[in-house]
Design a protein around this ligand. Structure first.
Ligand SMILES: [Zn+2]
Ligand SMILES: [Zn+2]
Length: 414
């Protein structure tokens, strides 16, 4: 949404009606045609009138027929009804013939997230004790949620297992990698047999979740996140968990949060050793929420531009990458980085807790933060203060917000 335009030149209005001048609408349709925008009309109803009225149908049809004709083929307009119970009802207007269609789901992204579905979720007795803790509405809420987990390694496999047990309806698991014996000490759901067979991490995790028997529908996609076959699967999700340690993947998901208004929860763990490598000097888990109005990963310094370049080289031109690696030009390649399942699992859990917080507000008022750290050596948590760089094209200005499908995808050279 670019702009909210209050209707100022009212002809008349009361608690049950509003009449405004159509010439303002006509002028707005002209502007939308020039700037590639569209129109959504919002109005409210008094208590007792919880849906669009026959009068709404009649009075919206004519101006929207005009606007759709002006905006040309494929145009979509919309209208939004704010009910007295603060819930939203929405519909779109389409052309040829001019008609309206209900919206199945409305998402509100702010300090809290609200996913309103037209369909009613079924009550699940298996999740009863969770409802006792988080409220009866919570299970219904997550029971319709679609969540993508990008990266099915140490943090991703933990996050996916937690989300499935939380009662999430659909999971999309994305990872191009296969299970190796050196992963088994930190991959949830993976076995020696999977490593011996060289099975894909995403497939292994999908099967492990199916065995839980909680009814979570899982789709596994064995590919890198930027590849075209992953796009539709990810765009169909409500929330995305970024559990990848690759910087190209992170850069893609970073943009996704702003282009598609899909909140992204990015998690990561950093382990460092003392210079003589005798003990841990730094163990920090991080969970960051990305959404419009919050700083992006570039502004937070989370994406390393050199690692991004080396990830791109590895995918695009593996031969050159191997040569550069052999010549020592690729930083950190070759030496495996330290990892311990307790730290990665706890960090994944921090990310899932952020989802619960956004859905329920269980932490209470004043506990809102877009980035949290867990300092394992110090035994304390902190909140990351950071702001958008004034020059950031992704998060500082709304030019990319809610742009949706553009060519190239995410306006990114991949
Ligand atoms: Zn109405
Ligand atoms: Zn930014």
């Amino acid at each position: 949404m670019r702009e909210v335009i209050p209707v100022e030149r009212l002809v008349s209005s009361s608690e049950t009606h509003v009449t405004w001048r159509t010439e303002d609408f006509v002028r707005l349709a002209g502007r939308c045609e020039r700037e590639g925008l569209t129109i959504l009309i919002a109005h409210s109803h008094p208590p007792g009138f919880e849906n669009f009225s026959p009068r709404d149908d009649r009075s919206e049809k004519r101006p929207f027929a005009y606007a759709l004709d002006k905006l040309g083929e494929g145009a979509i307009c919309g209208s939004l009804l704010m009910r007295s119970d603060r819930r939203l009802v929405a519909r779109v207007w389409l052309d040829e013939p001019v008609r309206c269609a209900s919206i199945d789901q409305i998402t509100t992204i702010g300090s809290r997230w609200r996913f309103e579905f037209r369909a009613v979720a079924q009550d699940r007795p298996t999740l009863q004790r969770q409802a006792l803790a988080l409220g009866a509405g919570f299970n219904a809420h997550v029971g319709q949620l679609r969540v993508a987990v990008v990266g099915c390694g140490a943090t991703g496999s933990a996050a996916a297992m937690l989300l499935a047990r939380l009662g999430v309806a659909h999971l999309v698991l994305v990872d191009a990698d296969i299970v190796d014996v050196t992963n088994l000490h930190r991959l949830h759901g993976a076995t020696q047999g999977d490593a011996d067979a060289g099975r894909k991490k995403a497939d292994v995790l999908r099967d492990a979740i199916a065995e839980l028997g909680l009814g979570c529908k899982v789709r596994a996609v064995s590919a890198f996140v930027e590849s075209p076959i992953v796009r539709d699967a990810i765009r169909s999700c409500d929330v995305v968990f970024s559990c990848t340690d690759d910087h190209l993947g992170r850069a893609v998901l970073n943009r996704l949060a702003y282009f598609y208004l899909q909140p992204v929860i990015d998690v990561g763990v950093v382990l460092r050793l003392t210079e003589d490598k005798s003990r841990l000097s730094h163990v920090v888990g991080r969970a960051t929420v990305l959404q419009p109005d919050a700083p992006c990963l570039w502004c937070r310094g989370t994406i390393d531009v050199r690692k991004l370049a080396s990830d791109s080289a590895r995918r695009g031109d593996p031969e050159t990458y191997e040569r550069l690696k052999a010549e020592g030009y690729i930083l950190g390649a070759g030496d495996p980085s330290p990892a311990v399942i307790t730290f990665t699992t706890e960090t994944a859990s921090m990310g899932v807790v952020e989802l619960i917080q956004r859905l329920t507000g269980f932490r209470g008022h004043g506990m809102h933060a877009n980035q949290r750290y867990r300092h394992f050596l110090e035994g304390e948590d902190s909140i990351g203060g950071s702001s958008s760089e004034a020059t950031c094209r992704i998060c500082a200005r709304p030019n990319y917000w809610a742009r949706g499908d553009v060519d190239p995808f995410l306006d990114m050279a991949l």
